[in-house]
Structures are given as C-alpha cells and as structure tokens.
Ligand binder design. Sequence first.
Ligand SMILES: Cc1cc2nc3c(=O)[nH]c(=O)nc-3n(C[C@H](O)[C@H](O)[C@H](O)COP(=O)(O)OP(=O)(O)OC[C@H]3O[C@@H](n4cnc5c(N)ncnc54)[C@H](O)[C@@H]3O)c2cc1C
Length: 510
Amino acid sequence: MKRADLLSRLRSTPRWDVLVVGGGATGLGCAVEAASRGYTTLLLEARDFAKGTSSRSTKLIHGGVRYLAQGRIGLVREALAERALLLANAPHLVHPQRFVVPVYSHLDRLTLGIGLSAYDWLAGPRSLGPSRLLSAGETLALLPTVENHGLLGGIAYMDARFDDARLAISLMRTLLGLGGVALNYLPVEGLCHAGGRVGGVRARDAESGETFEITAQVVINATGVWADQLRQLDEAGLPGRLRPSQGAHLVVDRDFLPGDSALLIPHTRDGRVLFMIPWKGKVLLGTTDTARQDLAEEPRPFREEVDFILDTAARYLPHAPGRSDVRSAFAGLRPLIGGGAGSTASLSREHVIEVSGQGLVSVAGGKWTTYRRMGEEIIDRAAASASLPARASRSRELALHGSTAGPSDDVHGCERPAIDALPGAGVRLHPSLDLREAEVRHAVRHEQARSIEDMLARRHRALFIDAAAALASAPAVAAIMAEELGWTPSQSLEMQEAFRRVAEGFLVDP
Ligand SMILES: Cc1cc2nc3c(=O)[nH]c(=O)nc-3n(C[C@H](O)[C@H](O)[C@H](O)COP(=O)(O)OP(=O)(O)OC[C@H]3O[C@@H](n4cnc5c(N)ncnc54)[C@H](O)[C@@H]3O)c2cc1C
C-alpha cells in the first residue's frame, strides 16, 4: 500500500479504537493484537519500523539460558511457549538452531548438563530436541575451530534464531492485512487530553511537515527507551523510570566459526553469556551490557565493547577475529526500569505496563521472543481502561505475513514469485550481497522503505552483515529508489550522504 493511501486513511478516520505509538517489536505486537481482535488500529512510528532496539537484538527466539540460571522459571517457560508459536506462525523468519557449549571443566559439564536438561523439561512437548552431552571429538566435529587444548567435551541444545527487522516488517504487513494502518516517519509530538483523559495525539509527517490531530479511545506508549518522553507529556514533572544500557554485537566471516552450530560461552569476565551465532552467511558475536546516560538515536559500540567481545571470543577460538576482521558492528539500547512513583505500575515478569491517571498505557522492557504475549496483555489492559468491548485474543493462531511458503531461509516467503516478476529480478547490486534490484523495488512498493537506510539496514540486512559492501551498494540503491519515489538528483545525494553518516558507525577502526 502506498504512503499517500495510508495518509488519506489517517485523514478520513474520525476516531481509532487503539492508537499505538512506536513501531518496534512491542508496538507492532500490540497493534497486530488489537487489529486481530477487530479494533480499528493505527500505529505511528517516528523513524522507521524497528529502527530502535528491535533491529539490534542478538537474533535469538529463546527461553533464555541466563534467566534459567537466575531461577526465573515462569519467564523461561512462557518464552519457550512463545518460541513454539513463532516457529509455527513465522517459519520463514524463525529457524531452529543448535547451540554447543564447549566444556573445559568437570564442574561446568555437571552444572550446564543439569541446567540444560531443565531447559528441555520446561519446553516439554514444544522441545526442539533434547540437549545432549558430547565427547571432545563430537564437539570438534560441530565446532571445528574451537580451542581443543583442555577440551573435555560439550553440551548441545536446541533454540531458535531469527531476523528481527524482517519480523517487524512482517508484523507491519500483517497489521495492514488485518485492516489496520501503520505509518513510519510520523513522530508523535504531543498528547491531546479531553475530559481528564488522553483522547489522542498530535503527530507530524516528517516528510511533508503536515500535522495531524488524531483521536483514539486509547493511546499506547510503546516507544522503548524513549517511553519517558511521552509519559512526561502526559504528566509534566513525572520522574523518569528508564535507564538505557547498551548491548553491542560484531559480525565476522563464517571461516571463524564454520558449520551450522552456534557457540555459547557460559561465563564472560563480566558474568554474562556470549553467543556466536551463524547468521545470514556470517557469524554474529554478542553481546555486552554497558550503562549509558543518553538516549542516542544511533548508538555506536564503544571501543572497549568491541575489544571485550573480541578478547572473549579469542579465549575459545585459537584463530580469533581481530578488529580488521569485523564486517559490521552495531549496538542497541535496552530499557532498565527503575521506580514509578505515584503510578499504577504493575511488575509483570520482565516488562512493566503502567496505566496513568489519564489513561495513557505505557509499556517498557520485555524481549522480542515474548512480544505477542506482551501485546495480548497490553491490549487486555488497554481495552479495559478505555471500556472497549472485550474481545478474546486470536494471535496464537495468526500466521504472519509471508509465512505461507512454509519453513525456508527466504525472508520474503510466499512473495518470492511476485518479486521475481519485477524488473531487475536478476540484477545483483553488489558481488558480496544477495541483494537484487527487484527487492529494492518491492521494498519501496510494499514495505514502506523510504530511505536508503530503510532498505539496506532493515528491508535487507546488508548494513548488519557487511557495512563496507552496504556503503558501496548505496549509489545503486539510490538510483532505483529515486526512480520509484521520484527523488531529484539533489535529494538522491542527500539520501546517500545521510546513509553514509549512519553506515560509518557500523565500521570498526582497525
Ligand atoms: C543488545 C540487545 C540484545 C537483545 N537480544 C534479544 C534477543 O536475542 N532475543 C530477544 O527476544 N530479545 C532481545 N532483546 C530485547 C528486544 O530486542 C527488545 O525487547 C525489543 O526490541 C524492544 O522493542 P520495543 O518496541 O519496546 O522498542 P524499540 O524497538 O526501541 O521501539 C520503540 C520505537 O518507538 C519509536 N518512537 C520513539 N518515540 C516516538 C514518538 N514520539 N513517536 C513515534 N514513535 C516513537 C522509536 O523510533 C522506536 O522505533 C535484546 C535487546 C538488546 C538491547
């Protein structure tokens, strides 16, 4: 659907049942939940869908081995149930993944073996296969490049990996398919109060400057680490409750970890776990946990984070990657939740839903894996607070857009024949990227790609896989987008310059 058509639906709809602010995992999950229950639903995103934390995750759909170690059984069980739903409802984007933990001490073998058996048990019938103890030989067969000095064996277990930004795009299209409206580049700049309640928002089209006053029965604040800004527009002087913490990731070539298995490092120097995951023909390494004071729109990994990840990897890989081997480096911000004085906050697992005195529903925290479950809970609360007619959730059985082609590694699922019929189906834009001209046209026409970054960071993951290749392909992408969107030559140059500024943050200085 074209942006102009979505904007005219925005203008012609007098009142929405549910208005969601924020187009990351949480907001999209809420909006799909609301639309699938039959509520008229609008989602507004200030920048691009998944531009915030939701394109910068570790790409795991998981129960969380770390949460298990912390004894948070309910959370793990719930996430494992959601993992099963996602494998069924988005098989084109979520894939089972074997993880291997190499073991160098008898104590680790015992404790990890017990822990991972508990993980299997919690997954119950939804288990993706039992965890098992491996000999040193079996471990090396699965992880040929792992340190073999002192290797006693390993433990293999099953979990799932996914493409986070593509899942966001699939959710956005699912929402449109359900009759909802989702618009990117439409920041919410104010809240409208009527009769002591939040009755809508003021928003601005960042492309044209047009402003909108939009009325809704209930407004949901799903703006991630930026959630305090909207809460404070609702109630001036409200103390902030979010503190961002940064997690960085590095992407290197597959030669450093060949084979199909991911590697889990169970103890890093800072007491966390570190993953090395085969992802899109590369290996993703991460993550870190570094407190930040600011709410950067484009957070960049700190030098110490890059070094920490490389040093940790080097303890397990004798031929470890160095700084010059990093193809892409990216960081995301997780919201850490503090107190919420004077609010009706209720602590629910690891996310918090708050309904303000004026009826603004704010949510923060959680994880990608549980976005659907969170959406269900948030819409229950929102519907009750706005006295919308109660309607049961249908999202457990809702196949997401693109899924009908069944399990494959093709992010476009059932749309592949339509893409292959577009001009430029065979024209590859860069020798080391599997990106074709037709995919750019498709992303503009059907996926709301508005900038080169939308295309190369989130419709295709080039920037996250190989930042230098993404930079090199930008002029070709610009030429196709200019044709599709009618950019002038100077707009095209501005777009390329804007992309260059962002992409440089994904490169690592040697
Ligand atoms: C380093 C890291 C690794 C992670 N790894 C995993 C993992 O492997 N598996 C997993 O399940 N979870 C993982 N998570 C958690 C998961 O990524 C997050 O829980 C999830 O992405 C949060 O989504 P969100 O929608 O709440 O926030 P965001 O994705 O940040 O979305 C908020 C959106 O609101 C928009 N916005 C802000 N202000 C406005 C406004 N005024 N008007 C309109 N829009 C606005 C922003 O532009 C943004 O797009 C990870 C998190 C981090 C930080």
